[in-house]
Design a binder for this molecule. Structure first.
Ligand code: ATP
Length: 347
């Protein structure tokens, strides 16, 4: 084992199921790190309604500074009020740190029976513009305008990210997802940027599908897709759809990546319906933490955690309810810890 390395990570446990899933993840990472010579210094902050109650700010200044300094954050879900209230914390952080690439791998776990076995696709979602720019106003009472912002810069850099990733990791095909038949200018610009970037990568097959057709095609035959390259809103919707292929939102991880910083968070939201009941599946945030470990060049620790997750699913004895089991968040986390320990002992 090499000398101990310590990583400073900004931790946002979040609300709803956030504290439960992030508590489980931190425990598992600490154990994995202890076995591989990797330490973590967690700099913990509240965000959203909890932060407002404590500090009078939805995103405290100290949280911004911490991410700026540490460059890496692990984030649980933070509830966004519907139809009013404060702006989404998730979207605000992504915009503030220019985390333009939302990377969401959707991969089947061994042993977990779903309607679609052996899924392995990736959603690469533009993360800073589109209707998520949050530019809405009342023109006259009863008429609201919401602005969809698509830029050459934003579209080109997300396409570049997707093609670079495909080339580096031997992925074969990229589909740009659009509605350029209706939104001829905005989605048309997105497509033109994708086509220009695609022309520089002849080894990666490039295709275009209209978003509504994509929903049907995905349900009929998801195996035709490899990487889905999307604007912000289409990527959000398709992520939830695709999560169902591998067992649901409790499983799918995500990374928000920019030139300077990265925030790792699950695809799912704060799931208020099951919060505080020891029912949440921590796998999605745990697999987000695995992405974080790879980002930190800690492959051995990442593989130790991923190997234990896969072992628990392959055995199928301690699973949460969302994937057909009857165990709680804590029991699942303990099973992952035990799987890591026995894998270590077997070495
Ligand atoms: P958002 O818009 O904030 O992303 P959402 O509307 O997609 O949120 P979620 O909070 O993700 O909603 O919850 C959707 C459904 O999935 C709920 O029934 C919730 O209980 C379930 N769910 C989400 N995450 C998990 C999890 N980690 N474990 C088990 N079930 C989950």
């Amino acid at each position: 084992m090499a000398g101990k390395r310590t990583h400073r990570i900004t931790l946002i446990p979040g609300d709803g199921i956030g504290p439960e899933v992030s508590g489980a993840v931190v425990k598992i990472l600490e154990a994995a790190g202890a076995a591989t010579g990797v330490g973590f210094e967690w700099h913990q902050f509240a965000a959203g309604a909890d932060a407002f109650a404590q500090t009078g700010e939805y995103i405290p200044k100290a949280l911004y500074e911490s991410i700026e300094q540490n460059k890496v954050a692990l984030k649980g879900p933070v509830t966004t009020p519907v139809g009013g209230g404060f702006a989404s914390i998730n979207v605000t952080l992504r915009q503030k740190f220019e985390l333009y690439a939302n990377f969401r791998p959707v991969k089947s776990l061994p042993g977990l029976k779903t309607k679609y076995p052996d899924i392995d696709l990736i959603i690469v979602r533009e993360n800073t513009e589109d209707l998520y720019a949050g530019l809405e106003h009342v023109i006259v009472p009863g008429v609201v305008q919401s602005l969809k912002i698509i830029t050459d810069k934003g579209s080109t850099r997300i396409a570049q990210f997707a093609f670079d990733y495909a080339k580096k990791h031997g992925r074969k095909k990229i589909h740009s997802i659009h509605k350029a038949n209706i939104m001829k200018l905005s989605d048309g610009l997105f497509l033109n940027c994708c086509r220009k970037v695609a022309a520089e990568f002849p080894s990666v097959e490039y295709k275009e599908h209209i978003v509504d057709n994509t929903c049907m095609q995905l349900v009929l035959n998801p195996y035709q897709y490899d990487i889905l390259l999307t604007e912000n809103l289409y990527g959000d919707i398709l992520s939830d759809l695709c999560s169902a292929f591998v067992g649901g939102l409790g499983l799918v991880p995500g990374a928000n990546l920019g030139a300077e910083c990265a925030i790792f968070e699950a695809v799912h939201g704060s799931a208020p319906d099951i919060a505080g009941k020891d029912m949440a599946n921590p796998t999605a945030l745990l697999q987000s933490a695995v992405l974080m470990l790879h980002h930190l060049n800690e492959a051995e620790t990442a593989e130790r955690v991923q190997g234990a997750i896969e072992r628990v699913y392959r055995e199928g004895k301690v699973l949460t309810r969302d994937v057909g089991g009857s165990s709680g968040t804590k029991a699942f986390a303990d099973a992952v810890l035990a799987a890591m320990e026995s894998a270590g002992a077997a070495k």
